[in-house]
Design a binder for this molecule. Structure first.
Ligand SMILES: [Zn+2]
Length: 115
């Protein structure tokens, strides 16, 4: 999977979505310049976000994050919006979380230092 960041000030839809909804990385607690990738799986498109600081990878269903193609990221309901943890990066002790889904609220709590 190829991760990238847009150059300059113009953020892509997924970049603006993650900035709006998850400013801090749940695993290293810092504010990364998230890198993004897009993958098509069976019947679904997902956006992937990688933290360049700790290499954690999260993913969301594209149609849930950005319902209208071409629009910028909408603010999600943090209680019900689910984010899948693809990799816990350098936090090797947390690999049991890989493949599990968590609400934005939960990830924000982690980012404030409980995990
Ligand atoms: Zn991180």
């Amino acid at each position: 999977m190829e991760f990238k960041r847009s150059n300059g000030n113009l953020l892509s839809g997924p970049e603006s979505w993650i900035r709006e909804n998850l400013a801090l990385c749940p695993f290293c607690k810092r504010a990364p310049e998230w890198e993004t990738a897009t993958e098509f799986t069976v019947g679904a498109k997902r956006y992937y976000f990688r933290c360049p600081l700790c290499l954690a990878v999260l993913s969301v269903l594209a149609s849930e994050a950005i319902p209208v193609p071409g629009s910028v990221g909408a603010v999600a309901n943090p209680l019900t919006f689910l984010v899948r943890i693809e990799s816990t990066g350098k936090r090797g002790e947390l690999t049991h979380f890989q493949g599990t889904a968590h609400s934005l609220t939960e990830l924000r709590v982690w980012a404030r230092g409980t995990l």
